[in-house]
Unconditional design. Structure first.
Length: 270
């Protein structure tokens, strides 16, 4: 991510577009969007493989700069649909005890988009369903499922992933839906408080230690601990408490993980 951000800074920054309207200008075709995404994925693969000099001979700097502009345009194309989805989702998310409606939104950053294209090489940028993302927190799993049913009934939902019933191998749990708003795809994440807490812990550890734990990078001991912690939170979401064997196993995994999680960001990895 730092590599991508650094390289972006050396190129001409793209023009800013008016994102207050439903569609930004100027427009590019989805084919151009896909080619721009593929070009930048190739660019950074060349950097990682230390083939930059060879690759740059075949790709002019203006072409790379133009691809930046197209990708940034595509990002901003999702800003208005994202705001629509966020505002609409507030009708489905009940307020917390302090009256706050826990709905947040974000546009993927340029570097995060390119990183995902690198991790999923068969993906086309125009088909990426989470350039814009909205997240809502619900009091329990039943409320999550109730909201998901309402969204499927009232919104144009193109995809549903129930990671609460079938968690990711990382331990991540939530219900994801991809909605089409104004012709653009927006990902909707529905979580319980425990699911949100788990995701925030992994996110914070990844950011603090500058290791992509949330993307599966890093030490296996840390990931084993995350999975066990996710199981603990799932039990509590169901109103259950773990047995003594589970608690002992969790403490053992936590001890092994802490050797990595408690080091300083610049401390060498074991």
């Amino acid at each position: 991510m730092n590599l991508i951000g650094g390289a972006c800074g050396t190129l001409r920054r793209p023009a800013r577009y008016n994102v207050g309207m439903a569609v930004t200008t100027p427009g590019f075709t989805k084919g151009q969007v896909n080619r721009a995404g593929a070009l930048w994925a190739e660019f950074f693969e060349a950097i990682r493989m230390e083939r930059t000099g060879e690759w740059i001979e075949d790709q002019s700097v203006p072409a790379i700069e133009n691809a930046v502009e197209i990708i940034e345009w595509w990002r901003l194309e999702h800003a208005y649909p994202l705001r629509m989805a966020s505002a609409n989702l507030r009708h489905y998310a009940p307020p917390t005890s302090d009256g706050r409606v826990p709905v947040t939104q974000r546009l993927k950053r340029f570097g995060t988009i390119v990183d995902k294209l690198l991790r999923e090489p068969t993906m086309k940028l125009s088909q990426m369903g989470d350039v814009g993302g909205v997240r809502a927190q619900f009091p329990d799993q039943d409320a999550v499922y109730q909201a998901a049913r309402k969204l499927r009934k009232n919104w144009e939902i193109t995809k549903t992933k129930d990671y609460a019933a079938e968690p990711k191998s990382s331990g991540y749990r939530a219900v994801h839906l991809v909605a089409r708003k104004k012709g653009r795809l927006v990902e909707i994440q529905l979580r319980t408080p425990y699911q949100d807490l788990w995701a925030n812990i992994v996110e914070d550890d990844s950011r603090r230690l500058r290791i992509g734990y949330k993307s599966g990078v890093g030490e296996q001991a840390v990931h084993d601990y995350y999975v066990a912690m996710s199981e603990l939170f799932a039990l509590r979401d169901r109103g259950e408490e773990p047995d003594r064997d589970f608690i002992d196993r969790l403490h053992e995994l936590q001890t092994h993980a802490n050797a990595y999680l408690h080091r300083q960001p610049d401390q060498p990895r074991r």
